[in-house]
Design a binder for this molecule. Structure first.
Ligand code: ZN
Length: 285
């Protein structure tokens, strides 16, 4: 099942067609995309039996963030060994956790304004929570996951590393610094949800190329560990960390320039396309 946000309305996707949920369910679910994750189990049961007869072709540029208003956007740093090494930081023995602010979330196609500083890319697998909980065991963790989507944890490195305590939350939450999409894909659609190819490219040049099986703390362990501190709620997002190949870790470092196209892909989830633009010419979303 692929759940998306088309022009602000909850839809199910099937190939190149979209089915409006509020219309098809006679108002039982939607139209706000976030409502799917408030009552995920009953929505998923309805969606599995949905009749796609009324589905219509759609333009990917009209897709918004599939989970537009999460109560929490949790992010994990240094969760791939090679990325910790390129960052000249130790391999963590517990997840390094920070937060992105939800106002930075945007959809899978669009512009990313180049704020002053060094703007960098981070392709990430994003977990979408379906069932709320605290103290979740690793064995139960998957039952709390609605699905996955692709994320970019866009980061401005000067602010991120400034001051006596790192400014991760601010430096990764500028306007449009949280692209997500194209859809939330349920894990039953994936052959092995713990082993998906993940990567990014800049103007066609491969920047990142890894697999999610390289995660130091894999999905079920992250859900469990986080839930022993936080209450995870339906519709929360977990950005699970980025593989090596970010601009900051290169010799010499490379950062985004106006006009460059960033593509981000994860096996089974699809692809996102964004263009870095000068702040003044950014299309507001
Ligand atoms: Zn990140």
């Amino acid at each position: 099942m692929r759940v998306a946000n088309l022009n602000g309305r909850l839809v199910l996707l099937d190939g190149d067609r979209a089915l409006d949920v509020a219309t098809t369910s006679s108002g039982a679910f939607g139209p706000d995309p976030q409502t799917a994750y408030v009552s995920w189990e009953s929505f998923a049961e309805w969606a599995r039996g949905a009749d796609f007869a009324q589905a219509v072709p759609f333009d990917a540029a009209q897709l918004g963030p599939p989970v537009p208003a999460p109560s929490q956007v949790i992010a994990i740093g240094l969760n791939y060994r090679e990325h910790a090494i390129e960052s000249n930081l130790a391999i963590p023995d517990a997840p390094a956790v920070f937060s992105k602010f939800a106002s930075c979330l945007t959809g899978p196609v669009g512009d990313i304004p180049l704020v002053p500083g060094n703007v960098d890319w981070e392709a990430e697998l994003v977990v979408v929570i379906g069932r709320s909980g605290r103290g979740i065991s690793v064995a139960d963790a998957w039952s709390h996951v609605a699905g996955f989507t692709i994320g970019q944890d866009i980061s401005e490195r000067v602010l991120q590393t400034s001051g006596p305590a790192p400014q991760f939350g601010l430096a990764k939450s500028f306007e449009s610094f949280g692209p997500t999409g194209p859809a939330v894909v349920t894990v039953d659609e994936l052959d092995d949800p713990d082993d998906l190819a993940i990567g990014s490219s800049l103007d066609g040049e491969v920047m990142q190329d890894s697999r999610t099986s390289e995660l130091i703390f894999p999905v079920a362990e992250l859900v469990s560990r986080l839930s022993h501190v936080l209450q995870l709620r339906g519709g929360d997002l977990i950005f699970t960390g980025t593989p090596s190949g970010v601009g900051m870790g290169r010799t010499p470092p490379r950062f985004a320039r106006a006009g460059q196209e960033l593509r981000t892909r994860i096996e089974g989830l699809g692809e996102m396309r964004h263009r870095f633009v000068a702040v003044d010419s950014a299309t507001r979303v």
